[in-house]
Design a protein around this ligand. Structure first.
Ligand code: APR
Ligand code: ZN
Length: 251
């Protein structure tokens, strides 16, 4: 594995060589926008009992705490702005040549890729800016929602409780979303992970899949991952490394 540090010259990738690019982002890409990551120093999961609240097995008792958590996530994300890393990816997607596909899969629920103008993003863990009714018999579907609720909101159709439309621990990724991801992964020739600790399945497995079909695999993180499935690691902040990697700024 080749490790390149942000202090070294970062040569832009020759992106025209690749037909199917697969990008996977995690909380680290939004760190420069002021949003806390989940793990590591000051991470969300290290604060009080967030891991209990984000575990679907504790619903419905945990619903009031879950809304307090997601009210905070919504407020934080609404105040945040996309950073140079989000914009670099949006530019990459917009400049994709004909016949080239750029699949962007994010584990983040903060909506910053969309606000950076990314034409298409697969939000595999849902969105903090959507809510849905908890009652499976209710005819409503998940809907855009930026409300900052003071208490657990109710569904206007059936009166049941609403919940944030995110994937909690011990919940699966919706089948159609996972299908889209696995189809893109099966044909990628460049795999780029940005700002993810790579510890939560199924996202953590994607790089091995890409490596197994001979894709070039690159990791961008402030910490080296040590994951042998990555052929290259750029150790530095995504907001510095990505614009250089995509030739948007010169090192
Ligand atoms: N640039 C690049 N990487 C960064 C930066 C930065 N500026 N700042 C932090 N990082 C890295 C950290 O080193 C860490 O490896 O981002 C990663 C963030 O890891 P996590 O906090 O674990 O976030 P993520 O990988 O997205 O978590 C995956 O776990 O809890 C669930 O649903 C939650 O989607 C989340 C999933
Ligand atoms: Zn309902």
């Amino acid at each position: 594995m080749r490790t390149i540090r942000e202090t070294e010259t970062i040569r832009p990738l020759d992106l025209s060589r690749y037909r199917h690019l697969f990008l996977l982002t995690g909380a680290g890409i939004s760190a420069a926008s002021g949003l806390s990551t989940y793990r590591g120093p000051g991470g969300l999961w290290t604060q009080n009992d967030v891991a209990r609240i984000a575990d679907a097995r504790n619903l419905p008792d945990s619903l009031p705490d879950l809304w307090r958590l997601y009210r905070g996530r919504r407020e934080q994300a609404l105040r945040a702005e996309p950073n140079a890393a989000h914009h670099a990816i949006a530019t990459l997607q917009r400049n994709a040549s004909s016949g080239q596909t750029v699949t962007l899969v994010t584990q983040n629920v903060d909506g910053l890729h969309g606000r950076a103008g990314t034409p298409q993003v697969v939000e595999m863990h849902g969105s903090a800016f959507r809510s849905r009714c908890r009652d499976p018999r209710c005819p409503t579907v998940p809907f855009p929602d930026t409300n900052l609720y003071d208490e657990t909101p109710r569904c206007s159709v059936c009166g049941g409780y609403l919940r944030p439309d995110v994937v909690l621990f011990n919940e699966s990724i919706p089948r159609e979303i996972l299908g889209t991801i696995l189809r893109a992964l099966a044909s990628c020739d460049l795999f780029l992970a940005v700002g993810t600790s790579g510890v939560v399945a199924p996202a953590a497995e994607f790089v091995r899949g890409a490596a197994s079909i001979g894709a070039r695999t690159i990791n961008v993180n402030v910490e080296p991952s040590g994951n042998p499935a990555f052929g290259e690691e750029y150790v530095g902040p995504a907001e510095v490394v990505l614009p250089r990697l995509f030739g948007i700024v010169t090192s």
